[in-house]
Write a protein that binds this ligand. Structure first.
Ligand code: FES
Length: 103
């Protein structure tokens, strides 16, 4: 297993989402408090960037800015219409002052 540094934790403030690239794949990296999440950045409905949307803290989800579907940050599941297909989920964690991905 390898570990990839994605960004400094300080660059991802609480409640924010940002796009990072992993092996050429766009990933939406989100933070809620002391937890970090990563899901595929491309909406499964119409291929827009989910990292341009907003976090729904109560649902632990990311809202697509285009049509409003919520995607679970924990499972990638599409929680609300119009999207029905999930997006990938990646294993990320806080490691000291960094956010890292295990692959
Ligand atoms: S493009 Fe994301 S819900 Fe339609």
């Amino acid at each position: 297993m390898s570990t990839i540094r994605l960004c400094a934790l300080a660059d991802l403030p609480d409640g924010m989402v940002m796009q990072v690239e992993c092996d050429g794949t766009p990933v939406a990296l989100a933070r809620i408090g002391d937890r970090v999440f990563a899901i595929g950045d491309t909406c499964s409905h119409a291929e827009v960037s989910l990292s341009e949307g907003e976090i729904d803290v109560e649902e632990c989800a990311l809202e697509c800015w285009r049509h409003g579907s919520l995607f679970s940050l924990e499972t990638g599941e599409a929680l609300t219409m119009p999207a029905v297909r999930p997006v990938p989920v990646y294993s990320v964690r806080i490691d000291g002052a960094d956010v890292v991905m295990d692959s």
